[in-house]
Write a protein that binds this ligand. Structure first.
Ligand code: UGA
Length: 434
């Protein structure tokens, strides 16, 4: 099938690459010339495992192309997938301006009957709005059918999540359009849920808000465990054995970040307010998360009395491992509060330092290794659970630190290694200190 994908962010690019991988002819369109130039050279503008490998393979084999020209990208497409961003507006609602621009560009250049798929995360009712925009501005006399097909891939495992998805949601009021999208995805051999457009739109927000709430719930339990002298890891394990609860997303820590959960919970809350449906549970999810992001600094303040003049090593900057994405990363708040309290911060992240510098700026120092960050530090903050930190020889870090004090915001350091250290003060989240 001939597919055009509008937008080459995480979702658009992963989708385009994976659709080419399963045999479709895909053209990815983006207005950002720099990105398209990189992609044409076989380079991924984002760090994502396996993405570049599949990008090169499918481009070389002639199934994947990139362009900034809508006319060129849309000329032969039977299916057009919109995967542009829907960032958060100041009032919490989803900002639809990229989507509106995409609809305008499509209307101008669509020259044949096609199915338009909205993959971007959009508030309920948006597919209908996009259809109206398209119909109002179309330049050619063509038939357009809409499908809502939300995306559930995670950054850091975007390719795996796409190729081995748990489910594919296809929301459409048109049987032939729904069948066409099923046909496109059939090689993936993944279960489909066929539904109406509005339900598909809500499934996306409900899923993200539920997972975010699960995280805030376990974080609240972690704080309770700390006060009660219990261990949240065992509590989560004990809960997770129950299939109705499930063990995923019960890792306590310093809160969720990223480009999705924070904005999607707020957008769903906004929708519920607009529709007059009380949903204060979401307010609590947000508030627990904001509090959780302060946790390490609060603990350090309690331990030291003041952070003025203290040297803090930060391990990890990205909002989670295997990505260089800094959007809504807890590290931003932590770095700002540490420096505002007079601390000096040296941070190391395997891939996110240059993106971090753009957001956090030069109020902290960026170094090239965990040991370098730890040198002469009064305390070490573990902020992102990169595999290399989990595997790191803790003794080697303690050796170079001024004081052997670790605040582990992800409960990820090797417990046996910690216990083997002669002098250490180790403060995990929701577990007894060592
Ligand atoms: C999330 C969803 O998991 C995807 O299904 C969805 O497609 C995506 O948003 C989206 O809407 O585009 P993502 O933001 O990439 O994916 O990352 P997650 O792996 O879900 O992690 C989000 C945040 O939750 C991270 O900051 C992570 O550290 C935190 N987290 C996750 C926890 O604190 N505890 C956990 O147990 C799990």
């Amino acid at each position: 099938m001939k597919v055009a994908v509008l937008g080459t962010g995480y979702v658009g690019l992963s989708t385009g690459v994976c659709l080419a991988e399963i045999g479709h002819e895909v053209v990815c369109i983006d207005v950002d010339e720099r990105k398209i130039d990189l992609l044409k050279e076989g380079k991924s503008p984002i760090y994502e495992p396996r993405l570049e490998e599949l990008l090169i393979k499918n481009s070389t084999e002639g199934r994947l192309a990139f362009t900034t020209f809508h006319q060129q990208g849309l000329r032969e497409a039977d299916i057009i997938i919109i995967a542009v961003g829907t960032p958060q507006s100041d009032d919490g609602r989803a900002d639809l301006s990229y989507l509106e621009q995409a609809a305008k560009d499509l209307a101008e250049h669509i020259v044949r009957d096609c199915v338009v798929v909205v993959k971007s995360t959009v508030p309920v009712g948006t597919n209908e709005y996009v259809k109206q925009l398209l119909l109002g501005q179309l330049k050619s006399n063509v038939e357009i059918k809409m499908v809502s097909n939300p995306e559930f891939l995670r950054q850091g495992s975007a390719i795996e999540d796409t190729l081995k998805a748990d489910r594919i949601i296809i929301g459409s009021d048109d049987v032939s359009a729904s069948e066409k999208i099923q046909e496109m995805y059939r090689p993936l051999n993944v279960p489909f849920l066929l539904t109406d457009v509005r339900s598909a739109e809500i499934i996306k927000y409900a899923s993200n808000a539920f997972l975010a709430t699960k995280i805030s719930f376990i974080n609240a339990i972690a704080n309770l465990c700390e006060a009660a002298g219990a261990d949240v890891e065992d509590v989560a394990k004990g809960m997770g054995f129950d299939k109705r609860v499930g063990s995923a997303f019960l890792n306590a820590g310093i809160g969720y970040g990223g480009s999705c959960f924070p904005k999607d919970v707020k957008a769903l809350l906004h929708t519920s307010r607009e529709l007059g449906v009380p949903f204060s549970l979401l307010e609590e999810t947000i508030s627990i998360n904001e509090h959780q992001q302060e946790l390490l600094v609060d603990k350090a303040l309690k331990r030291f009395g003041t952070l003025n003049g203290k040297k803090i090593a930060m391990l990890g900057l990205s909002f989670k491992p295997n990505t260089d994405d800094m959007r809504e990363a807890p590290s931003i708040k932590i770095a700002r509060s540490l420096t505002a309290s007079g601390a000096e911060v040296a941070a190391f992240d395997p891939v996110a330092a240059s993106n971090a510098r753009k957001v956090i700026g030069d109020i902290i120092t960026y170094v090239d290794s965990a040991v370098e960050a730890a040198k002469d530090a009064d305390a070490l903050f573990v902020v992102t659970e990169w595999e290399e930190f989990k595997q790191h020889d803790v003794a080697a870090l303690l050796d170079v630190m001024k004081q052997p004090i670790i605040f582990d915001g992800r409960n990820c350091l090797d417990e046996a290694a910690l216990k083997a250290c002669k002098t250490i003060e180790y403060y995990p989240v929701g577990r007894p200190a060592v």
